[in-house]
Ligand binder design. Structure first.
Ligand SMILES: [Zn+2]
Ligand SMILES: [Zn+2]
Length: 260
């Protein structure tokens, strides 16, 4: 199976990296994790190829911050002939308030007619041919969702971003084949042995992500939600720092396919 990162940045795009969006083709579906500006890439030739084989689109939103939702600006256009389901913590349409204020020039009921919006929360869900587990995270006083998916045959992935490093998170991702985990450059707390200390501005540090991967004995860790102020060289340094903690760590890069 494969995962295609369309946007690996957090916050805003920089250095040819768009914001949070990851696509996993599965039979006649595309599973999409977050809908940041990376979603716009589905309008480019590589993205169009992915869309061509998909009848159904399942979108999972970790939360509603713009770096995870701004791609919706193009969503009704990109998915015009698809059957789209958006899973998020509430069934509130993304940008519906904005269209009311005329900041988002879209008529939801007319243009998003092929979209359904489903509220999900912590728990286990049997979706179309795969099993989804959801965990609630604290994120700057708000709630965000983390996801793990198990496919028939046993392959597992986890998508964890904009949360906190706690033991519950370790249990949640235990043993997965592929862990996509956020990271934020750490500072003084980097040396601490206590997992909870590896947090910075409401995000898990790079060391924190590696500690979670190691303790959960995942097969592979891909770092996501890159800090936009770090160029690629600085990101590589972050990666080098954590290799002694968890050897199977990599940086997710926009459009570089991850096989698992
Ligand atoms: Zn974010
Ligand atoms: Zn956020």
């Amino acid at each position: 199976m494969k995962m295609i990162p369309l946007g690996t940045n957090g916050f805003f795009s920089s250095f040819d990296r768009q914001t949070a969006c990851f696509v996993l083709p599965y039979k006649d579906r595309l599973l999409i994790f977050d809908a940041g500006s990376g979603l716009f890439r589905l309008g480019e030739p590589e993205g169009k190829k992915l869309l061509r084989n998909a009848k159904y689109i399942d979108i999972f939103l970790s939360h509603y911050h713009f770096d995870h939702t701004f791609g919706f600006y193009a969503a009704f256009n990109l998915f015009e002939k698809k059957n789209v389901t958006v899973y998020a913590r509430s069934d509130r349409k993304v940008f519906s308030d904005f269209s009311f204020l005329e900041y988002f020039p879209i008529n939801y009921d007319k243009e998003f007619i092929n979209f359904s919006w489903k509220a999900v929360d912590k728990g286990t869900y049997s979706l179309s041919g795969y099993k989804m587990r959801i965990r609630r995270q604290n994120h700057r006083g708000e709630v965000s969702l983390a996801f793990t998916i198990e496919f028939p045959g046993g392959k597992t992935i986890a998508y964890v971003t904009d949360g906190e490093p706690i033991q519950e998170s370790v249990e949640f991702v235990r043993g997965v084949n592929l862990l996509l985990h956020e990271h934020e450059p750490g500072s003084k707390e980097a040396k601490s042995k206590k997992l909870e200390d590896h947090i910075r501005d409401g995000h898990v540090t790079t060391e924190g992500a590696a500690l979670i991967a190691r303790e959960a004995a995942v097969k592979r860790l891909y770092l996501i939600h890159h800090n936009p102020f770090l160029d690629n060289e600085k990101l590589e340094k972050e990666l080098t720092k954590i290799k002694p903690i968890f050897k199977e760590s990599k940086l997710a890069k926009d459009l570089e396919v991850i096989e698992f």
